[in-house]
Design a protein around this ligand. Structure first.
Ligand code: FAD
Ligand code: DLZ
Ligand code: SF4
Length: 507
């Protein structure tokens, strides 16, 4: 009896576990379905990317001689969900058994487990660390700090290792990174691909079905197959990687990409593997093309952070994404959806998110993430916002970044203290503040930057929670030394700002 081999829209790798099981007579099932396209209001570019890449991958499998049952979103008989499509195809092919690679989100894992067919979920071994390996590393540790996990990943992969020792003599070159933003950027941005017939067809579909979703569909320039994604990787390694480390934390108005790779969307969909990306970067260092601080910094993101956040998501279970340790419940303001704001850092970040379905790490972390935590937005709403707006968004990689790293909603599993900062950080690492209606240097009164007010208001609000955290002792003593009158002014101005924002005023 034939079996169904399920390939999801973010499993577009010939070597994915389920496809390795393929036997004679088995049918590969791929389906564009309403439930996946609407469980959050995805950016139109993400839907277009996913469908285009799925269609091209299905065509490649057919070229390889595989039998592929592919359902398009507009097909009349489309059952609308992955389990629904499996049931329909099972009946069509007289199959009972389904082989699938474990999805990257609990909701879909649970839906497959509940599907009334004989579904086997295979481990997704596109990742470097299995769930068991991550758990073995985490078990019994008081703190799950990235640095120790990352070193294990270096040892396991041999990336940037020489005779068992870290290349260049140390594990982490962050000290040499994080320079202030440069005056101009020599990297022209990621490789743009002109839509071919398949992509053009999908763009028309997405335009007609998802026009009201937040985000610009065109211009659409993403790679949509493995060969194109590899070209994008090559361009990054050649032109941007050498400076990746230096300007990793910089933000510049009008410069959407700086020296970032824009590879997460391809990595997460399966068009690239983490090991091929890490090896390409390592080779650039061995060839003398890129310095160790850049290559180590980049490799740490791929084999360190990317694996680590996935490990946390699966270790902590389906409830992780619902945590709200600080009890935050404010709704997101209209400025996160493109409404006018005087805050230049927010308007720049939201504008490029809208146009590209992309913002780089520091914009996500120190602008929208930091602002969300300071204002006390509901962490689930915050996560939904990120899930909706970024082309690389999947819960396995999103949750620990949002719930853990930026919102401290997991109570400190990922971060040892909340990632909050006043305007000082943004002012130092960007050119946003120069042309802003607010003044980063002004602490209270006319023109005071909201970050300056909200920062102290946050610390004051959560004093009981954080005052005994040794990493925050100094900041609390600065607050206490400020004088009661100044503290009251800050708190009342912060309150006024939040009230006006909640009422829909342009702030
Ligand atoms: P680069 O800066 O070039 O970094 C190289 C690669 O390292 C990335 O492609 C990515 O695969 C990996 N990486 C870097 N940082 C992280 C990280 N913190 N966690 C996991 N992988 C990392 N990344 C996603 O892939 N999907 C998400 O949904 C996502 N949501 C995020 C939400 C928040 C609030 C924050 C703070 C970060 C989030 N990240 C997410 C991590 C990171 O911001 C993006 O991976 C990165 O911006 C993607 O752009 P890039 O490919 O140019 O990355
Ligand atoms: C992101 C996405 C979208 C928009 N659409 C589909 C789809 O129609 N069919 C599909 O198989 N996958 C899609 N995906 C990717 C899935 O949402 C992803 O596999 C799960 O979120 C698990 O990571
Ligand atoms: Fe953002 Fe404040 Fe700087 Fe304006 S002054 S760009 S609001 S940090």
């Amino acid at each position: 009896m034939s079996r169904l081999i399920l390939v999801l829209g973010d499993q577009l790798t010939r070597d994915v576990a389920a496809l390795r099981e393929l036997g004679d007579g088995d049918v590969v099932v791929m389906a564009e379905v309403e439930s996946e396209a609407t469980y959050v209001r995805h950016h139109p570019k993400k839907i277009a990317f996913t469908f285009a890449a799925m269609r091209k991958f299905a065509a490649r499998l057919r070229d390889d001689g595989l039998t592929v049952a592919y359902t398009r979103l507009e097909d009349a008989e489309n059952a609308g969900s992955i389990p629904g499509e499996l049931l329909r195809r099972a009946e069509e092919h007289g199959a009972r058994e389904v082989i699938a690679t474990e999805p990257g989100e609990w909701r879909l894992i649970e839906a497959l487990q509940d599907c009334p067919l004989d579904v086997s979920l295979l481990p997704d071994d596109r990742f470097i660390a299995s769930h068991a390996e991550f758990d073995a590393w985490a078990d019994g540790r008081k703190e799950l700090r990235l640095e120790w996990f990352y070193r294990d990943m270096r040892r396991k992969t041999g990336i940037l290792m020489e005779d068992g020792e870290p290349a260049g003599g140390k594990w982490n070159f962050d000290h040499d990174n994080r320079e202030r933003p440069p005056d101009d950027i020599s990297f022209g941005g990621p490789m743009h691909f002109t839509p071919d017939e398949t992509v053009a067809e999908v763009l028309d579909l997405v335009e007609s079905r998802f026009a009201s979703n937040f985000g610009d569909l065109r211009s659409f320039w993403f790679a949509t197959d493995q060969e194109e994604a590899r070209r994008a990787l090559t361009r990054f390694v050649k032109h941007a990687l050498p400076k990746f480390g230096d300007y990793q934390d910089a933000m510049l108005a009008g410069e959407k990409f700086l020296y970032h790779s824009i590879l997460s969307v391809y990595l997460n969909a399966g068009l690239l593997t983490p090991m091929e990306v890490a090896r390409a970067a390592e080779q650039a260092w061995r060839d003398g093309h890129a310095p160790i601080n850049a290559v180590e910094g980049f490799v740490r993101q791929i084999i360190g952070w990317r694996e680590y956040v996935r490990g946390i998501y699966f270790r902590e279970g389906p409830d992780y994404a619902k945590r709200n340790d600080l009890g935050h419940g404010r709704s997101l303001p209209a400025m996160f959806w493109g409404a006018e704001t005087h805050m230049r850092c927010i308007s720049e970040t939201v504008a490029q998110t809208r146009s590209e379905a992309y913002a780089h790490h520091i914009q996500r972390l120190m602008v929208t993430g930091n602002f969300s935590l300071l204002c006390g937005f509901d962490p689930q709403e915050v996560q939904d916002w990120y899930m909706a707006n970024y082309a690389d968004a999947y819960e396995w990689v999103m949750s620990a970044n949002v719930i853990g790293m930026t919102q401290f909603a997991d109570g400190g599993i990922v971060a040892s203290k909340p990632y909050v900062s006043s305007a000082n950080y943004i002012d130092k690492m960007s050119d946003y503040c120069g042309d802003c209606r607010y003044s980063a240097k002004t602490k209270t009164g006319e023109g005071a930057c909201p970050f300056n007010l909200l920062f102290w208001a946050f610390l004051d609000r959560h004093r009981d929670r954080f005052r005994n955290n040794p990493r925050m002792a100094q900041i609390y003593s600065t607050w206490d030394r400020m004088g009661a009158e100044k503290r009251d002014t800050i708190l009342s101005e912060a309150e006024t700002f939040l009230k006006r924002m909640d009422q829909g005023a342009t702030v």
